[in-house]
Design a protein around this ligand. Structure first.
Ligand code: IMP
Length: 179
């Protein structure tokens, strides 16, 4: 796997250090509350587990899965729910935990879908933000790192379902992308 990586964009140490900061900030912002963190499968699973360990307030976790790009590196704009939340979020403080915001289309769909369930509040935490590629205006409340407009892999992010188990965020060698 490592031989497929052209460049390490964010080291494992930098990711973990930033998550500690995010965990502190989110714990302070939700002090006295018991938020439900909603992880978007599969990409955000690793981030979610590290993030909750960096928090020192009671939290609940739930997951939803939406359709992604498949083996392509470009969004289709069409999003489908593959797995819904286990529990109701009505009256709850809900925090969506996402791996990466690119065009914003996925999060736009998810927030529109969740807001009608009448949570007490709904915020977004994303580890990575490709801000320059945004197509829809979506407020991201907590951002780990703003990154350039490159297709990245590792730390939960895949290309064709592999590379999720790398501890860092990297860019693949160009010949690895089938485009
Ligand atoms: P958006 O709808 O364009 O904002 O894309 C969001 C989703 O696309 C993320 O949840 C990822 O699953 C996927 N995605 C976007 N950019 C990347 C990338 O650079 N690497 C891997 N997956 C990505």
């Amino acid at each position: 796997m490592l031989e497929d990586v052209r460049e390490v964009l964010i080291t494992s140490e930098a990711i973990q250090a930033r998550i500690v900061e995010l965990g502190r900030q989110i714990s302070a912002d939700y002090a006295g509350k018991r938020p439900v963190l909603i992880g978007v499968l599969k990409g955000a699973a690793m981030f979610m587990m590290d993030l909750i360990r960096a928090m020192d307030i009671p939290v609940e976790v739930d997951f939803m899965a939406v359709s992604s790009y498949g083996a392509s590196t470009h969004t289709s704009g069409v999003v489908r729910i593959l797995k819904d939340l286990d529990a109701s979020i009505e009256g709850r403080h809900a925090l969506i935990v996402e791996d990466i915001v690119d065009t914003g289309l996925t999060l736009k769909y998810i927030t529109e879908n969740l807001i009608v369930r009448q949570p007490a509040s709904l915020r977004i935490c994303a580890l990575l933000d490709k801000a320059e590629n945004r197509r829809v205006n979506i407020p991201v409340d907590y951002v780990g790192f703003v990154i350039p407009n490159k297709f990245v892999i590792g730390y939960g992010l895949d290309y064709g379902e592999i590379y999720r188990n790398l501890g860092f965020i990297g860019v693949l060698k160009p010949e690895k992308y089938e485009e």
